[in-house]
Design a protein around this ligand. Structure first.
Ligand code: ADP
Ligand code: TRP
Length: 321
């Protein structure tokens, strides 16, 4: 089975990225699947305007993938921009895509509503994503729930290509986690780099602490019963803890045995426990950028060879040769 997914280097990786996407990558890797995982730097150009920042974030997302364990023999890590065939397919798909299909895309509307510039690249975003996917012919795409519509657009475009050109592009399936479809941020909204409500996996410990302590709660004082089902601290704790631990904390909420401050400290401890080893590896990789670069170059070559092979067939179908 072939798995493909990408993450935009538009900021530091957070718990939403981990539980929405990366944890699934690791599960697939463990099951022996072939993984194509990339840093979506071309997508980041829709919103990033700072070259140094983009370079730094791209490097850090790659280092984070490696530190978190995406190092399997069958795992191909690459930079999207190292596979220019994706851009050729982007154009081919753009010529098939009805305007209305993109006009219905909620992520475009959401981003513009948030004040992001409505450039043509941003409008075209789902087509580029479809090209990332269809260039590699994967079976499954592990992503958070917010990406569901982009996957539907990808399937629509693949079907349109197949019916128009008698093609045989594989229709990929989205793989959305059940327990963490939408991970809440520190303010209770969806955790997202662009909302400034993230808890960053690789932040310095004092920054991480500040983020956790900054989670918004109600103002029930310590000693009174708390409603765990409405608490962001508990929702995050539950993702990191085992069932007994979650059950135990729920009980303490009900009995008024813990205050929000205590629960936040427990959450911070869980984060450091879960990601401690990865955080150490990440720090080491930052000191050895050549090692990260080598992995990306190697992955880029493999991904490019796959895209070239698939593009040859596509070109032939549409009459470019
Ligand atoms: P962001 O919204 O912070 O910019 P990205 O769009 O780069 O994050 O998301 C990368 C991956 O992480 C996608 O698969 C996305 O669905 C997933 N993801 C991001 N935020 C969350 C969240 N809060 N809950 C679940 N999955 C998420
Ligand atoms: N749009 C995805 C996000 O914001 C990133 C992405 C780009 C992606 N191309 C992809 C995800 C292809 C899966 C498959 O999270």
């Amino acid at each position: 089975m072939r798995i493909l997914s990408g993450i935009q280097p538009s900021g530091s990786l957070h718990l939403g990225n981990y539980f929405g996407a990366i944890e699934q990558f690791l599960n697939f890797q463990e099951k022996g699947a072939e993984l194509f995982i990339f840093v979506a730097d071309l997508h980041a150009l829709t919103t990033t305007r700072n070259a140094e920042e983009l370079r730094k974030n791209s490097f850090e997302v790659a280092a984070a993938f490696i530190a978190l364990g995406l190092t399997g023999e069958q795992t191909i890590l690459y930079r999207q921009s190292d596979v220019p065939e994706v851009l050729e397919l982007n154009w081919i798909l753009a010529c098939l895509a009805p305007m209305g299909l993109l006009e219905r895309a909620v992520s475009f509307k959401d981003k513009v509503a948030k004040g992001i510039e409505a450039n043509v690249g941003l409008f075209n975003y789902p087509i580029l994503q479809a090209a990332d996917i269809l260039a590699m012919q994967p079976d499954k795409i592990p992503v958070g729930k917010d990406q569901k519509q982009h996957l539907e657009i990808t399937r629509d475009l693949a079907e349109k290509f197949n019916s128009t050109f008698n093609g045989n592009l594989k229709l990929p399936e989205a793989e959305i986690p059940k327990t963490a479809a939408v991970v809440p941020g520190t303010d209770g909204e969806k955790m997202s780099k662009s909302y400034g409500n993230t808890i960053e996996i690789f932040a310095e410990e004092n920054v991480l602490k500040k983020q956790v302590m900054g989670i918004v709660t109600d103002s029930t004082p310590k000693g009174e019963p708390l409603d765990y089902s409405k608490c962001n601290v508990f929702a995050l704790f539950r993702l990191l803890a085992n069932e007994d631990e979650a059950h135990d904390l729920a009980e303490k909420y009900r009995n008024g045995e813990v205050g929000y401050g205590d629960a936040k400290k427990m959450l911070l401890e869980k984060i450091l426990e879960k990601f401690g080893a990865a955080r150490k590896r990440f720090a080491e990789l930052l000191k050895n950028p050549a090692a990260v670069e080598k992995i990306l170059e190697n992955g880029g070559e493999k991904a490019r060879a796959e895209a070239r092979k698939n593009l040859r067939v596509i070109r032939e179908k549409i009459g470019l040769k």
